[in-house]
Ligand binder design. Structure first.
Ligand code: PEP
Ligand code: MG
Length: 605
């Protein structure tokens, strides 16, 4: 009898929650083997012609896919292909290939593959996450040209006829454009991060996905059974009977919960004793809006506009920005949309503005610091935001404020832009609310001063935690320290809320902490007015708030502010969560994969 395959558990980066058990569709996106052979001198013009033909054919293919994506998913997604097309039209790449062909007299496929590899390597070693991920665009583009040179048909993701979990080295936009979306139930990839294309597509399809698994493709055969646990970031290959039954139960619990939560869509986030909080969603592009609406978010609490600046060589025009902001404002109306001004820098790198490599990019030239220096870029964005405010409920927010001086300077520039719009008789909301993100400890400590010059605060805990605990938010080695329940973080947050309220402004939160359900309870107890998180988490936030009494949350927040350790804080908050909304205790475990007292995350690595 053939021995049963042993269960293998791999850990990666969870990029979309949920659990799926299914059959593997192994999508081989790895490198082709290309033979190398000499060609006679007289064959060189023919090789060049073949190369040019393959480039033209690839261009047609890419433009075709780009159009398809633009019409089906949206213009912003189609722009992902700009990197492919730029590479295709890059004369220096073409000239390198032709020069080497003439000098080395080797078949063009081989030379082109070598040139492509050089660029992939160059991009793979870039420091910036986003640029590093562009290596996969170049890899995909190289493969397409090679297939056309060899007259082969590229395998695509429309080949299957049953439900599958796609396991791949990586998924490029052109791969997923052709995919049978209804039949795809999950993703697992060797490479990738939270902002990789696979992650973005998984979230828009709302299917469980784990990326960055290193070598899942090498450990699995087509058709094998796997479990993708998008909550914990685990992939289980050849699951044992025990794992299968455990996950079958978890999966149906998760699905039942999701269905039940959908019933809350139109209900407010109000405690049983009548305390109401606004729950909104974070977005990156207009294509995220349907998910905001379908999950019952009461607006957009953070529109991250830096995504405009990625994957292109020029700056986005005022008109282009206005079109996107207007679309979001109109679709969300009468609910509010908080548009955050450019937050480039740190781990969000962009060439157009000339950001240089820095020793400490998170402490460097970024966000409002760039905008106050590059005022034309800032003004162009402000004009677009103000113009969009004429058609919707738009609010404007500055990121990375470190002192009141920056607020005053930014407010002055906004006034200048308003005056110029008045002169040109261009409409905008004269009462537009302007807020500051509080995500730097100096701003938190002086929030009583800043509160006098803005209409609201939004606490950016992703950065506030990293700066107050001195723990890099993208460094996995110190991730165990990255703990929202740290008493220092909680004290800062409480003082921001109190300082805001003392000046009669509302205080929200748009960092990930808002959707960490144990923390949600504490935050509401502290008196937070608004919480903004990923759309998918909105129903969970509503549910825990609706299951609690404000009185019990206030008591919890008072108690946790007296705790000495984050462990004590978590223990108290978890006990209350268990009492009020026990169905979420399981999910909560998932969200703390680095917690030392979490037996699930430690057991299976
Ligand atoms: C934050 O810092 O909490 C935040 C919401 O902004 P970002 O994650 O875009 O830095
Ligand atoms: Mg931030």
């Amino acid at each position: 009898m053939k021995p049963a395959n042993k269960e293998i558990v791999l850990r990666g980066i969870p990029v979309c929650p949920g659990v799926v058990i299914g059959k593997v569709y192994l999508f081989d996106s790895k490198e082709e083997f290309i033979a190398k052979y000499k060609i006679p001198e007289e064959q060189i013009p023919g090789e060049i012609a073949r190369f040019e033909e393959a480039l033209i054919k690839t261009r047609h293919e890419l433009v075709g896919i780009q159009n398809k994506i633009a019409s089906q998913v949206g213009e912003e997604h189609a722009q992902i292909f700009n990197a492919h097309l730029l590479f295709l039209e890059d004369r220096s790449v073409i000239e390198q290939v032709i020069k080497r062909l003439e000098k080395e007299k080797i078949n063009v496929e081989y030379i082109f593959q070598q040139v492509g590899k050089k660029y992939v390597e160059l991009f793979s070693n870039m420091e910036d996450d986003y640029l590093r991920e562009r290596a996969s665009d170049i890899r995909d583009f190289t493969r397409r040209v090679l297939y056309n040179l060899m007259g082969k048909k590229k395998k695509d993701l429309s080949d299957f006829e049953e439900e599958v979990i796609i396991v791949a080295y990586d998924l490029s936009p052109s791969d997923t454009a052709m995919m049978h979306k209804e039949l795809v139930k999950g993703f697992a990839t060797d490479v990738g991060g939270k902002t990789s294309h696979t992650a973005i597509i998984a979230r828009s399809l709302e299917i469980p996905a784990v990326v960055g698994l290193h070598n899942v493709t090498g450990k699995i055969k087509p058709g094998a059974r796997i479990i993708v646990d998008g909550n914990r970031g685990l992939v289980i290959i050849h699951p044992s009977k025990r794992s299968l039954s455990k996950y079958t139960i978890e999966k149906s619990k998760f699905e039942r919960l999701t269905e039940k939560l959908a019933e809350l869509k139109d209900l407010p986030a109000e405690t049983i004793d009548g305390y109401r909080v606004s729950v909104s969603a974070n977005i990156e592009m207009p294509a995220d809006i349907p998910s905001v609406i379908s999950h019952g978010a009461e607006g957009v609490g953070l529109y991250r506009t830096e995504f405009f600046y990625f994957n292109r060589t020029d700056l986005p025009s005022e008109e282009e920005q206005y079109t996107a902001y207007k679309k979001v404002a109109e679709e969300i109306y009468p609910n509010p949309v908080i548009i955050r001004t450019l937050d480039i820098g740190g781990d969000k790198f962009s060439h157009q503005i000339g950001i240089q490599k820095e020793m400490n990019p998170f402490l460097g030239w970024r966000a409002i610091r760039i905008c106050l220096e590059e005022q034309e870029v800032f003004k162009q964005q402000l004009r677009a935001i103000l113009r969009a405010s004429a058609v919707g409920n738009v609010k404007l927010m500055y990121p990375m404020i470190s002192s009141v001086d920056e607020v005053l300077e930014a407010n002055k520039i906004v006034e200048e832009v308003k005056t110029s719009l008045d002169k040109s008789r261009i409409a905008y909301d004269k009462e537009i609310e302007m807020g500051a993100m509080i995500e730097i400890p100096s701003a938190a400590i002086t929030s009583d001063i800043i509160a006098r010059h803005v209409d609201f605060f939004s606490i950016g805990t992703n950065d506030l935690i990293q700066y107050s605990i001195a723990v890099d938010r993208v460094n996995e080695k110190v991730a165990y320290l990255y703990e929202p329940a740290n008493p220092a973080v909680l004290r800062l947050i409480k003082s921001i809320i109190d300082n805001g309220h003392a000046e009669n402004i509302w205080v929200g939160m748009c960092g990930e902490m808002a959707g960490d359900l144990e923390m949600t309870l504490i935050l509401v107890g502290m008196g937070i007015d608004e919480l903004s998180a990923s759309s998918i988490i909105v129903p969970e936030i509503k549910k825990v708030i609706r299951s609690s009494s404000f009185k019990s949350l206030q008591m919890l927040s008072e108690k946790v502010l007296k705790c000495s350790t984050s462990y004590e804080v978590r223990k108290l908050a978890r006990a209350l969560l268990k009492k009020t909304a026990p169905e979420f205790v399981m999910q909560q475990n998932y969200r703390m994969p680095y917690s030392k007292d979490d037996p699930i995350s430690n057991a299976q690595i």
